[in-house]
Design a protein around this ligand. Structure first.
Ligand SMILES: C[S@@+](CC[C@H](N)C(=O)[O-])C[C@H]1O[C@@H](n2cnc3c(N)ncnc32)[C@H](O)[C@@H]1O
Length: 236
């Protein structure tokens, strides 16, 4: 009897939506220091923000932090997977808020979503933007959505500037995933296939080149371990 071939999802969002029940566990086992990375991203949030966008909210882990940090802000959450938005919505409701109307959950892709220009003080994201192939257009759109004085703060996958460094990063990640208590063989095989199909990494240097071409000022990489990074960039 033949073993059925693993299902191949058409998009990154389809992939995560199909694993929504185990997503929170999976991401913490697959990404070293996932929560610490979010802690550090939060440390770099601006003191105040009125209009915020989160790109790729997934199951709402960063979304809850935003809702707590900015109790009076209007926050737009964007994700292509309606299943993910449903979980985020439930978590925001469970958190309790006096003004649920301040949340706007939008089912759309980063590539196609329509947002007003010069509207937002803070645009943020965690581990989602690497799914977009055309980074120059994506970051131009993000820049246009920001108000003058607004800021972009996000965490994401990166890879090395050289083939050698990319290989070291990949080997370290596989070793992490194979260490006791992390991923099963099937989970690792599935994530490797997902990365191959749906992930489009760039190096920190390439990211800085995009920031510069688009017009961001004071771009910074405030943390990286070679596989993940946290960036800040300003719109003057
Ligand atoms: C790896 S998950 C990260 C979720 C969450 N930010 C976190 O830190 O756990 C990526 C999320 O981005 C969404 N996504 C991926 N590509 C997208 C795209 N092109 N447009 C909109 N959403 C996308 C997926 O549906 C998924 O919820």
């Amino acid at each position: 009897m033949c073993t059925p071939a693993p299902k191949i999802e058409a998009t990154a969002s389809d992939y995560f939506a199909a694993r929504i029940a185990e997503y929170d566990s999976l991401v913490r086992r697959a990404v070293p220091h996932y929560d610490e990375l979010l802690d550090l991203l939060e440390v770099h949030f601006p003191k105040s923000a009125r209009d915020i966008v989160e790109l790729g909210c997934g199951t709402g882990t960063l979304s809850l932090r935003l809702a707590r940090c900015y109790p009076d802000a209007r926050i737009t959450f964007i994700d292509a997977a309606t299943e993910m938005l449903d979980v985020t919505r439930q978590r925001l409701i469970a958190e309790g808020t006096s003004r649920p109307d301040r949340f706007n959950l939008v089912a759309a892709t980063f590539e196609d979503v329509e947002l007003p220009d010069r509207q937002f003080d803070l645009i943020t994201s965690n581990m989602a933007l690497h799914h977009v192939i055309d980074k120059a257009t994506l970051f131009q759109r993000i820049y246009d959505w920001l108000r003058p004085g607004g800021t972009l703060r996000f965490g994401d996958h990166v890879w090395g500037q050289t083939v050698g460094n990319r290989e070291i990063g990949r080997t370290r990640w596989i070793a992490h995933c194979q260490s006791p208590g992390q991923l099963t063989e099937a989970e690792l095989a599935s994530l490797v296939q997902h990365r191959h199909q749906h992930d489009h990494y760039i190096s920190v240097k390439e990211q800085f080149g995009i920031f510069e071409r688009v017009g961001f000022s004071d771009p910074d990489c405030v943390w990286s371990d070679g596989n993940w990074a946290i960036y800040t960039a300003e719109k003057a």
